[in-house]
Design a protein around this ligand. Structure first.
Ligand code: PMP
Length: 402
């Protein structure tokens, strides 16, 4: 038996719960159970063919070697142009970094900056990885509850109250995983006023879902709404969600040059660079025809409308309509305290998702994993048939509670 003992930074953190739940759903499926999996956090679409072709072409041209640590010139150019075209933001070449997914950029940004229990404000509900990323890098997550009455959004008052002399970062993620909530320009201005009063605080703006956007008015982001903050914001994004490219592992960041240099220095010792072939594919995805984005968002929107209507018709459930991303975060307060047909009392949202999984074969994730209860997260990055079946089953499961 191995006597290996992991370093304390490993024992302090947990495996991403979304991965664990998806694995459990897969296990049950493999064991022959009929499971509708609503946990998956990636597009159900295939990567567009023209993007795949760009990768093949890169291989044929021999682009199969290490690239510059901060990415190929053509990817950096595509990122810079994309920011300018979509958001009117101008970044210089030394203000861009690329990595193996936005996740890696976020991790490296924290690794490059956080130490000695520096505080990182994380509005809840949050993407499951933020607190553990902060803890792994010797920081202290400061969780700020953002209830449904506030549209699951951080208010200027709650932000002000959470700030201490140890605050180093605020993480904003919009449209959010898990709620799909996003900030209006006015709301960003109000948050910006607080941040301008505290010039030492940096802001991590995780915009990975910004193109999965359902509203008529254009999506905006903190740097675009409050340009005075540009030197203090690290904007992170990637091709995973918008272009159905999760497995290609390309993410990027745009921010102040000294932070980008620190991230690149770490990257030079960690992975040298992300895959050259994936970089060529990502550069093409960002610079070429954006029809895939428009078409897929239309499909997500139809699914969102259908699923919200169905869930809001179930007594004891209610669901805010998300502005973007591909998740729903329904409230399940109405089922807490009720009994399953087997006589088990549902005490938490975890009990409820386990009841859904074991009772009717719907795999969902408990709100507790995202820092807000009692809720559950459903991904709509799955077929309309699966969504219809899941809604039927959830309706039946809730109907059978006593
Ligand atoms: N941020 C959020 C909010 C996410 O949901 C995800 C993916 N689940 C990521 C970042 C990371 O995306 P990737 O590493 O694939 O670019």
């Amino acid at each position: 038996m191995s006597t290996f003992v992991p370093a304390s930074r490993v024992s302090r953190i947990k495996v991403s719960p979304s991965t664990a739940a998806a694995a459990r759903a897969r296990e049950l499926k493999a064991a022959g159970r009929d499971i509708v999996d609503m946990t998956v956090g990636e597009p159900d679409f295939d990567t567009p063919d023209h993007v795949k072709a760009a990768a093949h072409a890169a291989i044929d041209r021999g682009e199969t070697k290490y690239t510059a640590v901060n990415g190929t010139p053509s990817l950096r150019k595509a990122i810079i142009n994309n920011f300018e075209r979509r958001l009117g933001l101008r970044y210089g070449d030394n203000e861009i970094c690329v990595g193996g997914g936005a996740k890696q950029i976020l991790f490296l940004a924290l690794m490059a900056s956080v130490e000695n229990d520096a505080e990182v404000i994380i509005p809840a509900p949050y993407w499951v990885s933020y607190p553990d990323m902060v803890i792994a890098n010797e920081g202290k997550p400061i969780i700020v509850q953002c209830p449904q009455e506030q549209g699951f959004k951080l208010t200027p008052e709650a932000l002000e109250a959470a700030i201490t002399p140890k605050t180093m970062w605020l993480i904003l993620n919009a449209p959010s995983n898990p709620t799909g909530a996003a900030y209006s320009r006015d709301e960003l201005h109000e948050l910006g006023k607080v941040l301008l009063r505290h010039p030492e605080i940096m802001i991590l703006s995780d915009d990975i879902y910004d193109q999965v956007w359902f509203k008529d008015e254009p999506m905006t982001t903190l740097v675009a709404a409050v340009p005075e903050l540009k030197d203090r914001v690290l904007l992170t994004n990637g091709v995973s969600k918008s272009y159905a490219m999760t497995g290609w592992r390309i993410g990027y960041g745009a921010g102040p040059a000294p932070l980008i240099a620190a991230i690149n220095k770490l990257q030079s010792q960690m992975s040298s660079c992300p895959s050259s072939v994936s970089q060529a594919a990502a550069a093409h995805a960002l610079a070429s025809d954006q029809g895939f984005v428009t078409d897929s968002v239309k499909v997500y929107k139809e699914r969102r409308d259908y699923a919200c209507r169905r869930l809001n018709a179930v007594p004891d459930l209610s669901c805010l309509v998300p502005d973007g991303a591909f998740y729903l975060f329904p409230n399940c307060a109405g089922v807490i305290g009720r009994r399953t047909p087997e006589g088990k009392v549902i005490e938490t949202d975890l009990d409820f998702v386990l009841y859904l999984l074991d009772g009717v074969g719907v795999a969902a994730l408990q709100g507790a994993a995202y820092g807000l209860s009692p809720y559950f997260r459903l991904s709509i990055a799955t077929s309309m048939d699966a969504i219809t079946e899941a809604c039927d089953r959830i309706e039946r499961a809730v109907g059978e509670l006593r």
